[in-house]
Design a protein around this ligand. Structure first.
Ligand code: GRG
Length: 311
């Protein structure tokens, strides 16, 4: 197992605390676009509440790990990083809302509360998802910029998010997972689903932080390799938790994968094999950050702590 240097942050809550607080504050300001009808805004805020904020935290930590890249006005860059983090969470929450719909995973519980369609009806849930997705891109595009570098980065961020969320990314993974398109058999198909459904947004979260922070190509590649391994590991540990945790711990219905006969890393590799593979992916994520030296410390610790999470 690759060793990660101990810091004063020993738990996920310690490590992510300040990032989560920043994201919560920014979501409160930016989550809902001006002009949104009150009823829709309330439903959007309901869906945005709760959650680990893992993806936006990765965006913020990734930007921090890059340090100050190519110079751009400091305030502009900092706000761009925060907007990128919120945009990632908005897209993630849209995907959860749509995934929970009866036509998809048909779930009643999300983040410990009734899902959007249970509380507001299916039509509103579809529209909440649409509004969150659209808001994510608006939030990036509406950043008031003075500098050319920032403007160019905004375009890059929009492209990155579109590619991760769209029909070659997360939507492709969902279509494959739902059996609506052909997928190779066995481990290859499983990998395709997870790389797209879960991995694409984790990759975007990390890359968008790095891009907004002005990363050089070498550091962007390091962060990308980290996120690709972390994304698969995250899904694998999620599969394990689905089989072992309670509804109280997960805030969603556990055991659904086994009930629906869904293929997971657990069903493919068995518990020991899946745990071992998760360890290897975590090590690969950590090692990928070596080019960042000391500055990669928090992201490395995040990978290690995620591999040990129990809910
Ligand atoms: C509807 C296009 C579309 C895609 C749906 C996100 C998703 C794709 C499906 C949700 C179901 C699922 C098990 C996805 C795998 C990724 C995953 C583990 C999501 C949950 O992420 P967490 O645990 O959730 O970070 P919180 O609530 O903490 O943000």
């Amino acid at each position: 197992m690759t060793m990660v240097e101990k810091t004063e942050s020993e738990t996920l809550a310690d490590l992510l605390g300040s990032c989560v607080a920043q994201v919560e504050a920014d979501l409160a300001i930016w989550g809902v676009a001006p002009g949104t009808p009150a009823e829709l805004g309330e439903a959007m805020e309901y869906c945005l509440a709760g959650g680990k904020r893992l993806r936006p935290a990765i965006t913020l930590l990734s930007a921090e790990a890059i340090g100050s890249g190519q110079t751009t006005p400091k305030g502009e860059q900092e706000e761009l990083i925060r907007r990128a983090a919120v945009a990632v969470e908005l897209v993630h929450v849209y995907s959860l809302v749509h995934d929970d719909l009866p036509a998809m995973d048909d779930d009643d519980l999300r983040r410990g509360r009734p899902t959007a369609h249970v509380k507001y009806g299916q039509a509103m849930a579809v529209l909440v998802g649409d509004a969150l997705l659209t808001r994510a891109f608006g939030l990036l595009a509406n950043h008031c910029t003075k500098g050319k570098i920032t403007a160019a980065r905004i375009v890059q961020l929009v492209a990155e998010l579109a590619s991760a969320a769209g029909s070659g990314g997360m939507v492709a993974g969902q279509v494959a997972d739902m059996g609506l398109c052909g997928v190779p058999p066995g481990a290859e198909g499983l990998r395709y689903i997870h790389v797209h459904k879960t991995g694409a947004m984790l990759r975007a979260a990390a890359r968008m932080g790095a891009i907004a922070g002005g990363a050089c190509e070498k550091h962007l590649q390091a962060v990308t390799a980290y996120a690709d391994n972390l994304g698969l590991a995250f899904q694998l540990f999620d599969d394990l938790l689905d089989a072992t945790s309670s509804v109280g711990e997960l805030g969603k219905t556990p055991g659904k994968d086994a009930q629906s006969g869904k293929r997971t890393y657990l069903s493919e590799l068995g518990r020991n094999g899946a745990t071992e593979f998760g360890g290897r992916l975590t090590d690969a994520a950590i090692n990928a950050l070596d080019p960042l030296a000391e500055r990669g410390k928090k992201l490395k610790l995040l990978a290690r702590l995620l591999s040990q999470r129990t809910c």
